[in-house]
Design a protein around this ligand. Structure first.
Ligand code: PSU
Ligand code: MN
Length: 310
């Protein structure tokens, strides 16, 4: 735990951490920028309930009025969902000014990992991470999420990398930075909307206790990386590969034509893919997030058996 005067941990989350009960962090950019209202708020609340049903405590993370909140209230989640893209998408570089100006910010994977670590939370569930974008050899668009995974010891449970990214280069980057890429019950990296990407993971682990054991080993050796646990979307909710590939190609082409760059890229692509698939991608997205929340909670329960402290 890295205490500071900006960090506000909710009573429930604080009690859980103090008594070594399992806690799962959740991000807020997925609420404001990742899904439309009202599905974003409904999903965020369902994700929290799923975590509770698995015996863990959810901690949705956001910046509200300059405070780093670990454990948003339902009202705060509703507020972020309604504000949508009017809220600043807050990455590592944004925190100093947002906090000093007492502004709001929706936390990405990067800032959620940072604030989770400050609060002493070790496990974080989300949908997808940012990565190396296609064409990064000229744009240099590489998500700060990869650097955060390199330097902050939090486990991120996601559904793999979607092909709006250059998946091969994303894996190379993670390898260089020493981030273990775990496949949960799979040898192949999931591609978010589909169960397979054509790229292998570093290790396949088949149970939450095995994942917890690897995380504990990493921590005890003082290896100060994050860990990426990739969990394939369930068969029932995976998308047809051809349908999603066509939508992604078109969305990426439009993004380039419109000259959309920087932090606007990922939200644009997600929204456009949803439109192009007539909402099918949103359905898949919602279910994979719930699936990840379940796995993260199960791993957090296993971790708590170690009497684990950061
Ligand atoms: N991928 C998704 N949904 C999301 C994001 C990524 O499927 O909501 C969000 C996450 O908050 C992630 C961020 O950390 O986008 C990455 O943004 P960028 O590519 O600009 O680094
Ligand atoms: Mn970027």
């Amino acid at each position: 735990m890295i205490s500071n005067s900006f960090l506000h941990i909710s009573e429930e989350v604080r009690m859980a951490l103090q008594t070594n009960r399992p806690v799962v962090a959740l991000e807020s950019t997925i609420i404001s920028h990742g899904m439309p209202y009202p599905q974003n708020v409904e999903t965020a609340l369902r994700v929290e309930q799923t975590i509770r049903d698995c015996g863990a405590v959810p901690a949705t993370i956001a910046v509200i009025g300059g405070n780093l909140i670990a454990g948003c209230t339902a009202e705060q989640i509703e507020y972020l969902g309604k504000q949508g893209t009017k809220v600043t998408k807050a990455s590592r570089r944004d925190l100093p000014v947002l906090v000093a100006r007492k502004m709001d910010g929706a936390t990405t994977v990067t800032t959620t990992m940072m604030i989770a670590h400050m609060a002493g939370i070790q496990v974080f569930a989300t949908g997808g991470i940012g990565g190396v974008h296609r064409g990064a050899e000229t744009t240099m668009d590489i998500s700060a999420d990869l650097e955060e995974l390199a330097q902050t010891p939090v486990m991120v449970v996601c559904a793999g990398a979607k092909s709006i990214l250059d998946i091969g280069l994303t894996l190379e980057y993670l390898e260089t930075k020493g981030v273990p890429v775990i496949g949960f019950g799979t040898d192949e990296l999931p591609a978010f909307y589909t169960r397979k990407s054509g790229f292998g993971v570093d290790y396949r682990l088949d149970s939450p206790s095995e994942v917890a054991a690897a995380f504990i080993a990493q921590r005890e050796m003082g290896i100060h990386n994050g860990m990426l646990v990739t969990n394939p979307v369930s068969e029932q909710y995976q998308m047809d590969k051809n349908t999603i590939d066509i939508a992604i190609e078109q969305a990426v082409a439009e993004c380039n034509e419109k000259g959309i760059k920087g932090k606007a890229t990922t939200p644009f692509l997600l929204a456009r893919i949803k439109e192009l698939t007539g909402g099918l991608s949103l359905d898949s997205n919602i279910h994979l997030v719930l699936n990840n929340a379940r796995l993260a909670a199960n791993v957090a329960v296993e971790l708590s058996k170690y009497g684990a402290k950061c």
